[in-house]
Design a protein around this ligand. Sequence first.
Ligand SMILES: C[S@@+](CC[C@H](N)C(=O)[O-])C[C@H]1O[C@@H](n2cnc3c(N)ncnc32)[C@H](O)[C@@H]1O
Length: 193
Amino acid sequence: MDWEGMYRKGEAFWDRGGPSLPLQQYLERNPVRGRALVPGCGRGHELQLAVAHGLDATGLDIAPTAVAEARALYPQLAERFVAGSLFDPPKEMHGAFDVVLEHTCMSGLHPTLRADYRRGIDLTLRRGGLLVGVWYIDPDLDPGEEGPPFPFGVPDLTALFAEGYEIVEDYVPDVAFEGREGRERVRVLRRVA
Ligand SMILES: C[S@@+](CC[C@H](N)C(=O)[O-])C[C@H]1O[C@@H](n2cnc3c(N)ncnc32)[C@H](O)[C@@H]1O
């Protein structure tokens, strides 16, 4: 995927102009604290949400233009946005986070990159930390359309974190962006190994 090219051409169709509603609901209901990483943060809406809920958050995105747009949109948080890859995170991010907030980063990755995603989470999330995910489950694709978002089922999610993580919460949220109703799953995982 040419993420940088899509941002440059103004083709970031996934961006809904505000933060994930299920993530917002989760953070309103659960006092999550500490250092948080938002991988694939895009234009930064979830980063802004995390900071508003008391988290010391950092956003990481592989597309420099996404980072530039996030900084322009949230100038007071500009230094929190970092350009780089979750697959090879800067050394200072290794084991540095109490929480990872996932929203449409994993589902945007080709299935062949899922092991790299898991490795990126393992590299950045400390043992005992929480992976709070709004996982996009089985997106509505037109015939012949491959993705992103790529087809991804609950069994795939379970398999991806079968070892080293335990499920803390798991539900289908009752709030969603239009078109994503019933297609997302909030699953919170704790890193245990
Ligand atoms: C589908 S978009 C979602 C963006 C944002 N989370 C949102 O909901 O608007 C996926 C994002 O992941 C970023 N991305 C893709 N591969 C990445 C990687 N290896 N490391 C960090 N970010 C990555 C892309 O540049 C893009 O901004």
